[in-house]
Design a protein around this ligand. Structure first.
Ligand code: ADP
Ligand code: MG
Length: 189
């Protein structure tokens, strides 16, 4: 399979009690993957360690179970792929490849700021997939901070306009699950 998940996680292994800002019914409903059938977008926002990648992988695996093609990529890798293709005069081919999977999961948007050209390349990808294939995007930054992330408020607005059009935005609040585990085992106060 082409998904290339960073780890194996399932919805079953997700402790909803540890993350009260999430509605378990909403997440289980998303696991039915109707949003993938419709080519809709999910934005999964929240601080580090709150289970964004866990949920992205779990939802991606649900989509694969339902025979949808899924590709998982970090935002940093995606931008590097697009920049290299652009430099090699192969951007169109790369955009076509990245438009093939029914669901493209883009993890960790916002950890690294984009260079100006990267925002534009990202915009082209989002435009290409718009209303055709789903995107599940995770970010530690709120939508209001995306101008900063992309380094260009105008391009950020254009990207958001497309992403938000048919979308579900889930904002996770609360503490890092990793730190919570450490606190429990007495490694942290
Ligand atoms: P994020 O992507 O938001 O930084 P991760 O999804 O990588 O966070 O979560 C960090 C680790 O904690 C992962 O191993 C993940 O499986 C686990 N984890 C996070 N939240 C939960 C939860 N509510 N229940 C079970 N495991 C969780
Ligand atoms: Mg993550």
């Amino acid at each position: 399979k082409m998904a290339q998940f960073p780890f194996v996680r399932e919805l079953d292994g997700f402790e909803f009690d540890a993350q009260p800002s999430l509605d378990p019914r909403q997440v289980r409903d998303l696991a039915e993957c109707r949003w993938v059938a419709h080519g809709d977008t999910i934005l999964l926002l929240g601080p580090p360690g709150t289970g964004k990648t866990h949920l992205a992988v779990a939802l991606g695996r649900e989509a694969i179970r339902r025979n949808y093609s899924v590709q998982f990529v970090t935002a940093a890798t995606l931008v590097a792929m697009l920049a290299k293709a652009h430099a090699d005069g192969a951007l169109d081919k790369q955009l076509a490849l990245l438009s093939r999977p029914k669901l493209l999961i883009i993890d960790e948007l916002g950890y690294l700021p984009f260079e100006a050209n990267a925002a534009h390349l990202f915009f082209q990808l989002v435009s290409r997939r718009y209303e055709r294939g789903s995107i599940l995007l995770t970010s530690n930054r709120s939508v209001g901070e995306w101008g900063e992330v992309f380094g260009d408020p105008v391009v950020a607005t254009a990207i958001l306009d497309r992403l938000l059009h048919h979308s579900t935005v889930i904002t996770i609040r609360g503490d890092s699950y990793r730190l919570r585990e450490k606190r429990r085992s007495g490694l942290l106060q």
